[in-house]
Design a protein around this ligand. Structure first.
Ligand SMILES: [Zn+2]
Length: 297
């Protein structure tokens, strides 16, 4: 997020993958600022997970979803308020019921406009995608948990509490053993810490770790990460283990009063050695800085 994005963050609906009966993913194709997008069907209704960045992408997702639904009622949810996940919801107005957890709705209200400006600064391809964005309020807001009955298939929407953002939620499809995690989990990428004090300091390394310990314990046969390839339960344990190591290595150095820049340099080297194939190395530093502030005094 801190760096310029040169490639057009366009959603392509050409490599759609069926993960289970009546459940498909429009993959991110590893393009920055394109999320994995889910379409989950039941007898009566279809749930779309994530909009893509901006109204143009969202219109494409809606067109695909409406065609896929074949007259079934449409619902939309988003895993968290970040622009590539939710800044296209306006297109679904009148076509789908937009449903999210309360903390996410609050995030969007409080920080949406600021993120819109920040993302416009990430380069021309992103700014173009964000043209005409209007931030809309959800139709339905729930507090902790919502079971959405699509007809013969119940999807579980669960607020996780503050982690990658203040208002993350996960979406579980129990009959297919599929879990949509949003940016709580990325595949082959270091955990994204949107740590931008004083503008946004809501990400919490310790709470995120607690969420991942819970999700890893619950497990899931198929995990759809926010970005990167769909995988199995190891995606959950990988992130849990990374966050735990990041915390432990940060706090050990903090205990011995090592300066923050030294901590960053040492831990970045350590993590890159451990995960040489992972992208997003700039997020290690943000994670260390966040966890420094969470060090128990
Ligand atoms: Zn995010």
């Amino acid at each position: 997020m801190a760096e310029h994005v040169l490639q057009d963050p366009v959603v392509q609906v050409t490599e759609v993958r069926e993960l289970a009966r009546d459940l498909v993913v429009i993959p991110d194709r590893r393009v920055q600022l394109v999320p994995n997008i889910g379409i989950i069907g039941g007898r009566e209704a279809v749930l779309v997970v994530e909009t893509g960045l901006g109204p143009g992408n969202a219109a494409k997702v809606l067109e695909f979803a409406a065609d896929y639904a074949q007259g079934r009622r449409l619902f939309l949810t988003t895993t968290h308020f970040h622009p590539e996940h939710s800044f296209g919801a306006q297109v679904f107005a009148g076509e789908a019921t937009f449903l999210v957890n309360r903390a996410q709705a609050e995030d969007l209200k409080v920080k949406g406009a600021g993120y819109l400006e920040m993302f416009k600064g990430l380069g021309e391809p992103v700014a173009r995608r964000l043209r005409g964005v209007e931030l809309v309020e959800p139709d339905v807001v729930y507090d902790e948990a919502y079971d959405l009955d699509l007809g013969g298939r119940v999807v579980q929407l669960r607020a996780t509490g503050r982690a990658h953002s203040k208002g993350d939620q996960v979406i579980r499809v129990p009959d297919a053993d599929v879990l949509f995690t949003g940016d709580l989990v990325e595949a082959a990428q270091f955990a994204i810490f949107p740590w931008f004090p004083p503008y946004d300091a809501d990400v919490s390394g310790t709470r995120w770790l607690a969420v991942m310990q819970r999700l890893a314990a619950e497990g899931a046969g198929v995990v759809v990460p926010g970005h990167g390839d769909v995988g199995g339960p190891q995606l959950l344990t990988d992130v849990r283990d990374y966050l735990r190591l990041l915390r432990d290595e940060t706090w050990i150095r903090r205990d011995s009063a090592v300066g923050e820049q030294t901590i960053i340099d040492e831990i970045s080297a350590l993590m890159i050695e451990r995960h040489p194939e992972w992208a997003g190395r700039e997020w290690i530093e943000k994670g260390v800085s966040c966890l420094c502030t969470e060090h128990p005094a």
